[in-house]
Design a protein around this ligand. Structure first.
Ligand code: 9MR
Length: 376
């Protein structure tokens, strides 16, 4: 039974949804202790959290989660900015942090279109590099990064966001220079660099049937070539009212039907209006957009707080129903204050997409999730 009681720690909101008998915040149950056995529960972490500058979020991670994904520090640009330059220190600290706290360490991501430096695609003459050059750079990068953490990073998002929503291949420099085979090559090189590592394809909006079908074609084609693929991640950057639970459920069952591990890899719930075309820096009328959509600069009102809690409860009810098909649920961030959604599509909106508030305190949504996980 859900009841309302005043909670001083929820300062901005004033009231917290809580269940009868639930411990006060600070003594709340650890998520990792209430998830079903065999289901990993993770969070994307930043450099600041790993090295302790964001001590609040770091504490939340070590208390509540049993898996971590690096939000940015393993992407190509930060780790391999120049052909002969690798910056491994942040990633070394990330992997050691995961090991020190007994967390299942995930790698994100090897091949993506943003965050890849221009030099990867530039040839000797300054024009587009040819196919062989790009493939050789891809191989060198994957061997260096996957090889360095062999046996320590449990699974890799090998290719990220290769598809458009209509199921066609996204036109990226990878596709232009190598052709569709770039996906297979990335999986081949990753497997060679760490034969024990699990290998995943990761994308968003796989609840859209055309896109999901295309992701399943990727799985099938990799297998037809004898290549390893262990899982598919649905990122799950969701809204309060979309996609529907039915659409998410159809995604889980369809992916599981292809005998891959199904993972929810980047879960968050945007409570602010989105640009329907998902533009970022090129959004027109930015000042107006900011003024009209930054709806809750001083705290999330109670009604929306409850709506967020119900949305999370519905999602975790689904997770529980399909726990035999899901291997991991990872949130994209730890506390509301550091979520990427405060800066997307524009910097400076105040968003509330996660289970922990800006002080690292559990929100009503957290209590709702715990209720579902405990089966109450
Ligand atoms: O949250 C990440 C943000 O800090 C970065 O600026 C951005 C670009 O590298 O990537 C964000 O994470 C993305 C993830 O790597 C892939 N799926 C979408 C995520 C949100 O944009």
């Amino acid at each position: 039974m859900i009841s309302l009681r005043p909670n001083v720690r929820m300062g901005l909101v004033g009231l917290a949804l809580t269940t009868a008998g639930m411990a006060a915040s600070g003594e709340e149950p650890a998520l990792k202790h209430v998830v079903p056995k065999g289901l990993l529960i993770g969070a994307a972490v930043s450099e600041r959290q790993v090295d302790g500058r964001d001590a609040i979020a770091r504490r939340v991670v070590t208390r509540h989660f049993n898996s971590v994904t690096p939000e940015n520090l393993l992407k190509w640009r930060p780790i391999h900015p120049q052909p002969d330059e690798y910056v491994f220190e942040p990633a070394d600290r990330y992997v050691a942090f995961g090991e020190d706290h007994g967390l299942t360490v995930i790698g994100h991501t090897l091949i993506w279109h943003p965050q890849t430096p221009d030099w990867v695609f530039v040839g000797k003459d300054g024009g587009r590099a040819d196919r062989e050059t790009v493939l050789s750079r891809m191989r060198t990068h994957i061997e260096a990064v996957v090889g360095r953490y062999r046996g320590r990073i449990h699974g890799w998002d090998v290719v990220n966001e290769a598809l458009n929503d209509d199921g066609t291949f996204r036109e990226t420099p990878w596709l232009e220079t190598v052709g569709e085979e770039y996906i297979a090559k990335a999986f081949e090189y990753a497997h060679a660099a760490d034969p024990e590592a699990k290998l995943y394809y990761n994308d968003y909006n796989l609840w859209k049937p055309e896109k999901r079908a295309a992701a399943l074609r990727i799985v099938k084609q990799l297998r037809q070539r004898g290549l390893r693929i262990d899982g598919v991640g649905e990122q799950a950057h969701y809204m309060l009212d979309s996609p529907s639970i039915g659409e998410i459920e159809a995604t889980i069952t369809a992916l599981a039907g292809s005998r891959v591990q199904v993972m929810i890899t980047e879960l968050d719930i945007d409570v602010l209006p989105r640009d329907p075309e998902m533009r970022g820096a090129d959004l027109p009328k930015q000042a107006e957009f900011l003024a009209e959509t930054n709806l809750y600069p001083n705290g999330l009102p109670k009604a929306q707080q409850e709506q967020l809690a119900r949305r999370y409860a519905d999602i975790f009810t689904l997770v529980m129903r399909h726990r035999d098909k899901l291997s991991r649920v990872t949130f994209w961030g730890v506390t509301d204050g550091q979520s990427w959604l405060n800066n997307f599509p524009l910097r400076g909106r105040v968003n509330y997409p996660l289970l922990f508030d800006r002080q690292g305190q559990p929100k009503p949504a957290f209590n709702a999730v715990v209720d579902v996980l405990k089966g109450s």
